[in-house]
Design a protein around this ligand. Structure first.
Ligand code: C6P
Length: 425
């Protein structure tokens, strides 16, 4: 991967880390100036949710102070302004994902709702008794439970691609699982909840399924903040992500779907906006994308998400990926040198996460002591209980990176871990 500044692929260089300007970027995020327990906040829980730049906060404030109205419903001025802003948000998301048409972009509440939508709409229409849906061993609960629910209803079954000790999918096993019974594949792009951080060979996963005519959904929740995504180049059938992990507001997410698939699917929910005509005898559904957006949508969320996309695009997704990769290498070296610390997730292709265990210390205790040092990490099962089971542990401590993190943040993390070890010695 090329460095942000020097543009070589040599060892991480200080110039790149400085040249990227993370220190300057941090000024755009007011919450990063917060003090926690009297110490400067070191925010390393970005896989759970990211912080919001001033540009997003200003956009939300402007929307509510100057533009607030319902969309697709009014002839009056404000409604038209809000509708225009909402639909421009859709266009921005479409461009960001390089999708072909705005109608392929459905706004949801987040990744979880996007997967439920596909399971309940596509799955309900196409699954039959005896059919199989393939997921992987490193899925977030959000990409397991919706499929279990529909499989149970349809008497279909869930098949799981296993992973090795480094947290990489066993592709031979995946190939063996694909059969005439397979009706759908739903896999995470960057491994579950970033516990492992594995970047899966998603193009190969899609290619192998497509050879058998099987559609594929990609859970992009942990990929979208770290790497450029091109749904046409990937050729995925569905792609889902959450706005709050991409420096945007909570409660807004995106489902991309190929138009011909979305056209053929029944609505997920009924209500306003998803109809073109209603009588007590029969309802005619609206066209895409509105068919899947029942009720008043999250207008402010959409506009805020568009502002977040504009913000990250100004920095550059390639630059973000390069910078974070260098930061990850730095953090990995730092943590690997700590006696008694075991890193979880050592895949060759990895995104910005450092998950670890400390001999004789529960992950929650690590999280609590780090918090007292101002360092925010996540500790627990990370909504990935099957991953915990696979590694034989009840909980893991996880530090997850964003482009506003610096080497100094990772130094503070390492210092906090040393302190934890001292406390429990
Ligand atoms: N992972 C984490 O701390 P929602 O909650 O719908 O925005 O995203 C769900 C989800 C789906 N897939 C993956 C790979 C995810 O990581 C997440 C959310 C957070 O890791 C919260 S549990």
């Amino acid at each position: 991967m090329k460095h942000a500044v020097c543009r070589t692929s040599e060892e991480p260089c200080q110039e790149c880390l400085v040249g990227f300007g993370a220190e300057k970027i941090r000024e755009d995020f007011p919450i990063l100036w917060t003090k926690v327990h009297g110490k400067p906040l070191v925010y390393l829980d970005n896989a759970a949710t990211t912080q919001k730049p001033q540009a997003v906060l200003d956009t939300l404030m402007r929307y509510y102070t100057e533009e607030n109205s319902n969309v697709h419903r009014g002839v009056h001025f404000l409604s038209q302004v809000a509708t225009q802003a909402y639909e421009s948000g859709r266009t921005r998301v479409r461009q960001f994902l390089n999708a072909s048409h705005d109608r392929e972009i459905i706004f949801t509440r987040g990744t979880t709702e996007g997967i439920n939508l596909v399971a309940q709409s596509y799955g309900r229409k196409h699954l039959r008794a005896g059919d199989e849906v393939i997921v992987s061993a490193m899925e977030h609960h959000s990409n397991i439970v919706p499929w279990q629910m529909i499989c149970e209803e349809k008497r279909a079954s869930l098949k799981v691609i296993p992973m090795n000790d480094a947290g990489e999918l066993v592709m031979d096993e995946y190939e063996r699982l694909l059969s005439d019974r397979t009706k759908f594949v739903s896999v995470v792009q960057v491994s579950n909840s970033n516990v492992l951080g594995t970047v899966n060979p998603i193009s190969d996963i899609i290619g192998l399924a497509h050879r058998r005519g099987i559609p594929v959904l990609v859970d992009g929740a942990q990929a979208i903040p770290h790497t450029p995504v091109d749904v046409r180049a990937l050729d995925c059938d569905f792609y889902v992500f959450s706005g709050h992990k991409l420096f945007g507001p909570t409660g807004i997410g995106v489902l991309y779907g190929k138009a011909e698939l979305l056209e053929s699917m029944p609505p997920y929910q009924g209500g306003g906006d998803m109809i073109s005509a209603v009588s007590f005898e029969k309802t005619v559904y609206n066209t895409l994308p509105h068919k899947f957006e029942a009720g008043t949508p999250n207008i402010a969320g959409t506009i805020g998400l568009a502002a977040a996309i504009e913000y990250v695009e100004k920095i550059g997704m390639q630059q973000i990926a390069a910078y974070e990769s260098e930061l990850l290498d730095y953090g990995t070296e730092l943590l690997a040198a700590i006696p008694g610390l075991r890193l979880i997730g050592t895949a060759k292709e990895k995104a910005g996460v450092l998950s670890f265990l400390l001999d004789g210390v529960h992950a929650h205790d690590i999280g609590t002591i780090l918090d007292l040092e101002g360092v925010a990490i996540r500790a627990g099962h990370h909504c990935a209980m099957p991953v915990m089971k696979r590694f034989g542990v009840p909980a893991i401590a996880r530090a997850s990176l964003a482009f506003y993190n610096t080497r100094a943040d990772l130094d503070a993390l390492a210092k906090g871990i040393h302190k934890t070890i001292e406390v429990f010695a």
